[in-house]
Design a protein around this ligand. Structure first.
Ligand code: C2E
Ligand code: CA
Ligand code: CA
Length: 644
């Protein structure tokens, strides 16, 4: 790639070269052609009047005029080649006239050759003409020798002119061009290397400091800028604010319309928000669908909030992509120096925490950082770090809760429920850490750990001949992860579990978020022979239509519909869920069965499997084995349907 700067240099060189070659040749033609005329006349035996000085001077004069014009008016250099072309035409005309005028056609043609070749040489500036010229010269000598006119004075004179023209004009000019070309090539190459290095450096700098997609300052840069801003606020005892902007459900845009559309929206959105901010602050891309705005000299909270609202409004204006109108909402969290921190990283983290509050509060979309949030943020931080460690250090354990067949009262499966023991020995339930794991993507390695452990347990129970399946919870983010199928396959292979002993539970949210990839993942899971249950059914979209479409294998009715079922509260809902599921050929498991009455009612409604504290709480695998042994004789009783 020739860079623009090198290009300009090259053009300059071309112009220079054209001019110098022009000068050399016009000089040659102007001097040699008239000289030849006088030589001819001085030679004995040349018929007088057979040559015409005025005619010869036309092309010579023209060459000289062109050369002078080009030197005097540099602007004409651009037309040097065109002018030379006319000079060549003039030479041809002169030669034709000389030939027609004279008795000795041959000599005039030969002498005219010099003029043409000279002009052409200047015109084309290529050394290929050296060969043409040499061949012409040899042909001339050969012709003259063959016709016995080699020593004819006229011919000698012509030869002399051609030969000397060649030597005097062409060789040095060709050499010059060669040297110049080599020189310019080297210089160009050096220049280009320098430029490429420079460009690469600039590009690297750009990459290191600015986001490639939006051109906005990136993470690193915004932290530097914020540090400067804090320093200046400190000097002037002013405040400055950081707003953390996160787009709501932007993942859906990427998933449903593709990343290209997502990228276009992000670009347009950045442009819009930048415009709104103007000189009032700096917009930067923090990553993904997250942006950071630095507001220097932030006066008071109301003004900052107004500004934050203006971002939300601008973002909310619909985007039109390929004829589709897209509405995007955003949540903004704000942290203010010095109140909420004095370090760039702390301020940004606190603004991020406030953003979480803004998102989950379903309110205005704007939230300020507060002390209460500080505790939440600290905890989130702690949980993230500790969880990461727990995955590798054995801090996680699976508890198992029995799932009972309603008809027989036998334990047929167990749901694996993860527990985390932190290093103070405190046992944490999923409600303490699952949302944090999901938000921070720790869910992916954590989920993989769960899959492995659950498959190992299933394999072991199979080896021990217990015939107990294991149900594993898979979170939406884990299920949507491109490696999910591979992770599942690896867990099966690694443990030797048989697929019929493993069932995964996903929520409606996991299915609805991301239709096409979900379908493919579900199909892949099915191909492996693993069943899929919809967890917490009834709390989400409760759409039977997609259950059919996605070919799930069973439903789990959420605990909330089991609660109060004995008081008729949710009886109708539970009944209709069960009957529609059965109509679709889907077996139903009821969760949260706490009393014998609930169990009996559900069994009467035709519920296939039951799970809940009444049958057993989640317990360690060891404890589960003990209960299994005990229950082998007497099954956990589902109060008889018949006896009711
Ligand atoms: P879930 O899938 O709905 O799991 C059932 C939850 O209900 C369990 O809570 C269980 O202890 C509780 N439960 C069972 N029977 C009863 C009952 O009779 N009464 C009451 N009140 N509760 C009952 P747990 O273990 O705290 O798990 C909570 C949630 O955390 C689970 O809800 C599941 O969504 C998630 N979770 C647990 N383990 C995992 C895991 O390994 N991966 C993923 N992705 N999520 C998990
Ligand atoms: Ca579950
Ligand atoms: Ca559930």
């Amino acid at each position: 790639m020739v860079t623009p700067r090198a290009d300009a240099e090259y053009a300059r060189w071309l112009r220079l070269n054209a001019t110098s070659t022009l000068l050399i040749y016009s000089g040659l033609i102007a001097v040699l052609l008239p000289a030849f005329h006088f030589v001819l006349r001085a030679l004995p035996g040349v018929p007088p009047g057979s040559d015409s000085l005025p005619l010869r001077c036309v092309s010579a004069g023209l060459s000289a005029a062109i050369a002078i014009a080009v030197v005097a008016f540099p602007a004409l250099r651009r037309y040097a080649l065109t002018l030379q072309f006319f000079n060549v035409l003039a030479c041809v005309v002169v030669i034709v006239m000389l030939v027609v005028n004279s008795g000795n056609h041959y000599a005039y043609v030969a002498s005219g050759l010099l003029a043409i070749v000279g002009a052409q040489q200047a015109f084309y500036r290529t050394s290929h003409l050296a060969a043409t010229f040499a061949i012409g010269f040899c042909a001339h000598v050969g012709y003259a020798a063959a016709h016995g006119i080699l020593w004819d004075p006229m011919n000698l004179a012509a030869l002399g002119t051609v030969g000397s023209g060649y030597l005097v004009g062409f060789i040095p000019a060709a050499l010059r061009i060669k040297i110049q070309t080599a020189d310019i090539r080297n210089r160009l190459a050096a220049q280009q290397v320098k430029e490429e290095l420079l460009d690469a450096q600039t590009a690297l700098m750009q990459l290191a400091r600015y986001d490639a997609l939006t051109g906005l300052p990136n993470r690193t840069t915004v932290q530097e800028l914020l540090a400067e801003e804090i320093a200046s606020a400190e000097r002037t005892e002013a405040r400055c604010a950081v707003a953390f902007v996160d787009l709501d459900r932007f993942k859906d845009v990427n998933d449903t319309l593709g990343h290209e559309v997502g990228d276009r929206v992000l670009r347009e959105l950045s442009a819009r928000v930048s415009k709104v901010i103007g000189a009032a602050g700096v917009l930067a891309r923090w990553g993904g669908d997250e942006f950071v705005v630095i507001v220097p000299s932030a006066l008071d909270d109301e003004i900052i909030e107004l500004l934050a609202r203006s971002f939300i409004h601008t973002i909310a204006e619909p985007f039109s992509v390929d004829g589709i109108e897209l509405a995007i909402s955003a949540s903004v969290g704000i942290a203010v120096y010095p109140r909420d921190g004095a370090e760039p990283s702390v301020l940004i983290r606190n603004a991020d925490t406030a953003m979480y509050k803004a998102k989950h509060d379903m309110g205005s979309g704007v939230a300020f950082f507060s002390d209460e949030l500080h505790a939440i943020a600290a905890n989130r931080h702690y949980v993230q770090n500790e969880l990461r460690r727990a995955i590798t250090d054995g801090g996680l354990e699976l508890y198992y809760q029995p799932i009972v067949e309603a008809r027989s009262g036998h334990v047929v499966a167990a749901e694996a429920l993860v527990r985390w023991t932190d290093h103070d020995g405190r046992l944490h339930l999923p409600s303490d850490f699952m949302a944090i794991a999901e938000d921070s993507r720790i869910i992916v390695p954590l989920g993989a750990w769960v899959l492995n452990a659950a498959c190992e347990r299933a394999a072991r129970w199979r080896r021990e001949g217990r015939g107990i399946g294991v149900a594993v919870n898979v979170s939406p983010r884990q299920f949507a992860h491109p490696d999910f199928v591979e992770t599942l396959a690896r867990a099966l292979r690694g443990s030797g579990a048989s697929p019929e002993d493993v069932e995964i539970e996903i929520t409606e949210a996991a299915i609805m978020s991301n239709v096409d990839p979900v379908l493919a993942t579900l199909q892949a899971v099915h191909r492996m022979g693993i069943r899929v249950a919809i967890d917490d059914f009834g709390t989400g979209y409760s759409s039977f239509a997609y259950l059919k479409r996605f070919e799930v294998d069973s439903l789990k009715i959420d605990r909330t519909f089991v609660e109060g079922i004995e008081r008729d509260d949710n009886l109708a809902i539970a009944r209709s869920i069960i009957s529609v599921a059965h109509a679709l050929g889907l077996p139903v498991t009821a969760e949260g069965v706490e009393t014998p009455l609930q169990a009996r009612i559900l069994a009467e409604l035709g519920c296939d499997r039951l799970q809940g504290y009444y049958f057993g709480r989640p317990i360690t695998a060891g404890a589960f084995d003990v209960t299994l042994e005990r229950d082998a004789a007497a099954t956990v009783g589902v109060p008889s349907v018949v006896c009711s």
